[in-house]
Design a protein around this ligand. Sequence first.
Ligand code: PMP
Length: 413
Amino acid sequence: MSEQINPVTFDAERVRADFPILNQEVNGHPLVYLDNAATTQKPRAVIQAIVDYYEHDNSNVHRGAHALADRATEKFEGARVKVANFINAPQARQVIWTRGTTEGINLVASSWGRSNLKAGDRILVSAMEHHSNIVPWQLIAEEKGASVEPVPVLEDGSIDLDAFAAMLDERVRLVACGHVSNALGTINPVQDVVRMAHAVGALALIDGAQAVGHWAVDVQALDCDFYVFSSHKLFGPTGLGVLYGKESLLDAMPPYQGGGEMIESVSFAGTTFNQLPYKFEAGTPDIAGVIGLGAAVDYLQSMDRAGAAVHEAALLSYAEERAKATPGIRIVGTAQQKTSVMSFLLEGAHPNDVGLLLDQQGVAVRTGNHCAQPIMEQFGISGTVRASFSFYNTRADVDRLFEALDKARQFLV
Ligand code: PMP
């Protein structure tokens, strides 16, 4: 984002060397990885942290009967502290490990939703949300007789704040909004969204899946009630995510799943539950994944993140300039505030065919509806081609994308 500008220091070529997977050929061409919104690649430091854990420390956590269990627990809880600092959570106990963004939202919908929603309540979600920030709300709303209503999105792919303001009333109990749209790249004004939700007494959940990998998120500055994200889009392992919540809310919420770890004591006369964060962490967690995410956070904090954000912004504007100069390309999502995603259509060609032809030339992009069917429907399309950037991408990658598009066009149009 623009206030973080520091263009001198960031060296994408040097950073690339930290990501071994990038150094390979695909279909006879050097790989150009432009599918970072789907998942980011992992630096060697993350891979090594996982290898080290399995080679030296593998054990179950919180059952400290021996040295390995103590070491595993120390690393596991150490990673929680790292992540809490990374998002500026007041306390590590407000960081709950989940399987990913999807599970974080399901946890809030099930636990908070089941114990707080009643018939007639309203949940507002932006019309550009990922399915994982729509469907869990629909499930709990149906159970409770509540409604899920879309907040309109303007033609450029930005949220319609006037329409949002007009929708708010005291029956709105929760507003769920993505920090960044995975389908369009729009950066939503989530601070305004949170403030406006709070003004009518509603809670605000922010889906940060597409934000945390791009700049430093501060959950206290946002004042959001819940913030969710996935490790695998943050240069960490798959199958792991984070739910941050305000302490008073998390404390009051009932458990999400029952099992070991989440209890204080169990008896057939009645079971009592553990404290935060363990109340929400039933069963043996993804210990290696958590340690890997801790290493990813260390890695990010050792780099010039502000410089990386400027580099990514420059890549996006270079790609969009080239797209505008190329006849037959239509960019989908043209909001003023965007990050790292260029969704587009090649006139006369199906996005899936474009994706296949790019792959044949070693260029990896995503095609389809990006799990955001409602916004695709609003734009009257079934999907797009999506090139999504990370700090290890370069202008040469963008050039390769456009060379490959030129060749694809010869086959398709
Ligand atoms: N929200 C957004 C904005 C996303 O981009 C994604 C992943 N595409 C998700 C939620 C779901 O994340 P996960 O599959 O890691 O749970």
